[in-house]
Design a protein around this ligand. Structure first.
Ligand code: SF4
Length: 402
């Protein structure tokens, strides 16, 4: 991973964005903002799934009034999403929001933007300039012919200049595109042009799994380059799914501590001694109910399993009707195959309570040797299922021209 670009830090309510602050996860509610209870319930669900900041639409007066009720009860900072009507930005500020998102493509009058900036400055509230390929400023669209990355960046920079003209620099920016390579290029260009924190996202990514793939491809590519301060997965799905996806992506990139189960499982192959998919499905449900922040491996055979998954906190590998329970690659217990999942869950619980060293010390002294014997027996009985020796002999024959 490249060294992260240190951008200017801003404060969205209690959450710092940019600079050396952790990359944050954002999501957006789908309820009518005027329905305060439903919106708050969704905000809580999003926060529980990993969202640090939640955006809520402020599309009419009733929505702005809803925000006034939601803000004091929200567990996370709230950003008001504003399109077309600058007065609703003023109303959202009055309601007490922690941030504004303005779309330069549809709030076009410089005077209006400056009025909003002055009101936001008075309250110490940051503004996100949210450029979107689908709603790009029509002059730029005419100039470039299509929403190419440079057009998105020009739109963002023009809006930045308007805000800077009135001394407003409490800014974060997004240049979202639905095409992944265009999105990545837009942010690269923007990152070179400005030092403001960047909010990453692939817009209108669509439903999972394709929407997840697009979002991961674009957001992860940039984060790995050191670009990006806050992220959103824009999925056509329940909002908690996007908050959870964002959180999980940061966990997998090492940008956030693991908050729940990280399940490693082999893809299965001809050596598998159990139905790996069935065991994983059962174990996943049982382990998720425990909500333990540990890495668990489920491997189809003891021949390769414990070694391949030696980085996992705990794991289990099948072989000859038994489950071989291992901790950091060392087999600590052998259980009947039917008890694989229950033994794994029980050991995971104890590992979370007592720690790795204590559980390794409590290992069954003969388990490691039993696993070695089973692996040797399986190798002897099944032999070389990949037919490597046969194939190597044939390759040699071909090379010799036999
Ligand atoms: S752990 Fe065993 S069953 Fe799973 S992929 Fe590796 S060799 Fe195949």
């Amino acid at each position: 991973m490249n060294k992260r670009k240190i951008t200017n830090q801003i404060q969205v309510g209690s959450v710092a964005v940019g600079g050396d602050a952790p990359v944050s996860v954002q999501s957006m509610t789908t309820t009518k903002t005027a329905d305060v209870d439903a919106t708050l319930a969704q905000v809580y669900a999003l926060a529980g799934a990993g969202a640090d900041i939640v955006r809520i639409t402020c599309n009419d007066v009733a929505a702005a009034q809803g925000l006034a009720e939601i803000l004091p009860r929200s567990p996370v900072p709230i950003i008001a999403d504003i399109h077309f009507q600058y007065r609703l930005a003023l109303a959202a500020l009055e309601a007490g929001v922690d941030g504004l998102r303005l779309n330069p493509g549809n709030i076009r009058k410089a005077d209006h933007i400056k009025v909003v900036a002055a009101a936001a400055a008075d309250r110490g509230v940051p503004i996100r300039i949210g450029v979107n390929a689908g709603s790009l400023d029509r002059d730029l669209l005419r100039k470039y012919g299509s929403p190419v990355p440079q057009a998105l960046v020009d739109s963002a920079v023009a809006e930045v200049r308007l805000l800077e003209d009135v001394g407003f620099t409490d800014i974060k920016i997004s240049v979202k595109h639905s095409d992944v390579p265009s999105m990545v290029e837009s942010y690269r260009l923007l990152s070179e042009a400005v030092d403001y924190p960047l909010h990453l996202g692939v817009t209108e990514a669509g439903p999972p799994p394709a929407g997840l793939m697009k979002s991961v491809a674009g957001i992860a590519a940039l984060l790995l380059e050191g670009i990006g301060d806050t992220i959103r997965f824009s999925l056509t799905a329940e909002p908690v799914e996007e908050a959870e996806a964002g959180r999980r992506l940061l966990e997998q990139l090492g940008l956030r501590e693991l908050s729940g189960l990280d399940l490693i499982a082999c893809p299965s192959c001809g050596r598998a001694e159990v139905d790996v998919v069935a065991v994983v499905t059962e174990a996943q449900a049982a382990l998720e109910a425990e909500n333990l922040p540990i890495q668990v491996a489920i491997m189809g055979c003891v021949v390769n399993g414990p070694g391949e998954a030696r980085e996992a906190d705990i794991g289990i590998a099948a072989g000859k009707g038994k489950g071989h329970l291992f901790i950091r690659g060392k087999v600590v217990r052998v259980v009947p195959e039917a008890e694989m999942v229950s033994a794994l869950v029980e050991e995971a619980r104890r590992l979370a309570d007592e720690g790795v060293e204590a559980r390794l010390a409590a290992a069954d002294g003969v388990a490691e040797e039993l696993a070695r014997q089973t692996a040797a027996e399986l190798l002897a009985a099944r032999g070389d299922v990949d037919h490597a020796e046969e194939r190597k002999a044939r390759v040699a024959e071909v090379a010799r021209g036999d």
